[in-house]
Design a protein around this ligand. Structure first.
Ligand SMILES: *[C@@H]1O[C@H](CO)[C@@H](O)[C@H](O)[C@H]1NC(C)=O
Ligand SMILES: *[C@@H]1O[C@H](CO)[C@@H](O)[C@H](O)[C@H]1NC(C)=O
Ligand SMILES: *[C@@H]1O[C@H](CO)[C@@H](O)[C@H](O)[C@H]1NC(C)=O
Ligand SMILES: *[C@@H]1O[C@H](CO)[C@@H](O)[C@H](O)[C@H]1NC(C)=O
Ligand SMILES: *[C@@H]1O[C@H](CO)[C@@H](O)[C@H](O)[C@H]1NC(C)=O
Ligand SMILES: CC(=O)N[C@H]1CO[C@H](CO)[C@@H](O)[C@@H]1O
Length: 429
């Protein structure tokens, strides 16, 4: 009894801490990946196009590989290239580091000492032996069993591979993580991947925080019922808030909501946040797109996901082509070659032009129309005097990117299984 009691008290204390710290919610500032460097607008556009192309390709390769029957034994391929970074800390004493934030995957991981293979990172490597709150996870734990690919020898080992051949490999452990800068919140017992063999590089970061739908993601582990983010304008160096738990709420009456759709197939696709898109209006024209173009089919391909990591929305070609044609016919400017920027539809901006009419675009989600203002549709390259549609065509799945989500407070209600949104000036939130 004398031995059981302290354990019991400790357990209660831990549960109480967890409940207390997350009760009031957590605010985290997200930095756009290029915001700390002094890039020109042309460079910013080019880098966003390149990153989105890589990420979209990787997301699509997951669908392709999940379809080929010979590949069934392969581990799922995850995505690393994302657009936003967060500062957090791990362990006791706390070690600060920067991580990629990704709503397209679940696992939280960082590079760990002793490293068999690690890529260069901007901060010192985390050393579990120097932290008093580190603990390995047992193979029979639910988190270990939630791993898409694991082995038990004797620790709970994981392997996460990404589409470009990069990967992280190590073992699962728990630690105290500290989030937020203005009023930091420490949460004990968060399961994460201690990566001792990491191949590839991540831009100026030392790991990744997954916010996907699966049990290993940060939002699932915190047990919160909702989270939200609000991305500031493209090119604005101001950070964007990520609100976890009760801080994620709306004040306005302009809130709209649409249901999430669940992908019935296995991880990683089951981690994505799918939405039901039913049509698109450009100006006064409702495009004629067969509804099947945006539908998730029973094999798990198709559909549309909302993603924080992809910048440029990629629409299934059968929707993108009519979209582009309708858009082009409603902008009174001459079409120009946008291939230098990697974009499909650009217009040249005559000298002295101060305003041009851009057609209103509405994405008709199930039960919620989302109107995209011109700033969420087009980018201007002042050097080349080009005004370009910041969307691309793709095949296999559509992705609703962060450029199209600018200045919109986007809330993921995990209890009600709905996405809510409201136009908001994000740098004032
Ligand atoms: C960024 O670059 C612009 C022009 O290239 C320059 O005027 C500005 O001072 C630079 N800012 C910083 C912080 O380096
Ligand atoms: C896991 O296994 C250990 C011993 O190997 C045991 O003490 C523990 O109760 C098990 N936990 C669960 C959740 O089954
Ligand atoms: C870690 O981050 C916190 C919050 O941003 C900051 O106050 C603290 O000074 C940082 N510590 C170190 C050692 O850099
Ligand atoms: C990393 O950050 C530094 C400044 O903090 C910046 O100069 C550099 O370009 C960044 N690297 C990448 C790959 O984004
Ligand atoms: C299109 O622009 C030209 C000048 O560039 C102007 O003369 C014409 O009236 C405009 N047409 C419409 C429909 O706005
Ligand atoms: C965006 C928003 O309205 N946030 C509010 C959420 O609720 C807290 C406390 O109830 C307010 O302080 C926030 O302003």
């Amino acid at each position: 009894m004398a031995q059981i009691l302290p354990l019991f008290v400790l357990l209660l204390l831990r549960l109480a801490l967890l409940a207390m710290s997350t009760r009031d919610g957590i605010r985290i500032e997200l930095a756009y990946i290029d915001s700390k460097s002094n890039f020109t607008t042309t460079e910013l556009i080019r880098r966003a196009v390149d990153r989105s192309t890589v990420r979209t390709g990787r997301l699509l390769s997951q669908i392709a590989s999940s379809h080929s029957s010979t590949d069934n034994v392969n581990s799922p391929v995850h995505v690393s290239t994302a657009s936003y970074l967060m500062e957090l800390a791990i362990g006791t004493p706390a070690l600060n580091f920067t991580a990629i934030v990704d709503t397209g995957s679940d696992l939280i991981w960082t590079q760990c000492q002793p490293c068999v293979k690690c890529f260069p990172q901007p901060s010192p490597l985390y050393n579990p032996s120097k932290s008093s709150t580190f603990s390995k996870i047992q193979c029979n734990s639910t988190l270990c069993q939630a791993l898409p690919r694991s082995s038990c020898s004797p620790d709970c080992k994981y392997l996460y591979t990404y589409g470009d051949g990069s990967s992280t490999q190590g073992y699962l452990a728990t630690e105290t993580f500290t989030f937020g800068s203005t009023s930091p919140v420490s949460v004990p017992g968060i399961g994460f991947g201690c990566g001792t063999q990491n191949i590839g590089t991540t831009d100026n970061s030392s790991g990744l925080v997954g916010l996907g739908r699966g049990p290993l993601s940060l939002v699932s582990q915190l047990g919160i019922s909702k989270f939200s983010y609000c991305f500031t304008s493209f090119g604005d160096p101001t950070t964007s808030p990520l609100l976890l738990g009760s801080l994620a709420n709306f004040s306005g009456a302009a809130t709209k909501s649409t249901k999430f759709v669940k992908n019935p197939t296995a991880d990683p696709m089951s981690s994505f946040y799918y939405l039901s898109l039913q049509g698109i209006t450009v100006g006064k024209k409702l495009l004629s797109i067969p509804p099947s173009v945006f539908q998730l089919n029973q094999h798990g391909s198709g559909g549309l996901i909302i993603d924080s990591g992809t910048t440029i929305t990629a629409l299934e070609e059968m929707a993108f082509i009519p979209f582009m044609l309708a858009f082009r016919s409603q902008v009174n400017l001459s079409v120009a070659d946008g291939s230098s920027l990697g974009l499909k539809l650009c217009f040249s901006v005559p000298a002295g032009l101060t305003a041009v009419e851009i057609p209103k675009v509405i994405f008709h989600f199930d039960g919620a129309d989302m109107e995209l203002p011109p700033e969420n549709l087009m980018v201007e390259d002042p050097t080349a005097r080009l005004l370009c549609l910041f969307m691309v065509g793709t095949r296999g799945m559509s992705i609703f990117g962060n450029f199209q989500q600018q200045n919109m407070h986007i809330l993921y209600d995990l209890d009600k299984e709905v996405l809510k949104f409201e136009p908001t000036q994000c740098n004032k939130l």
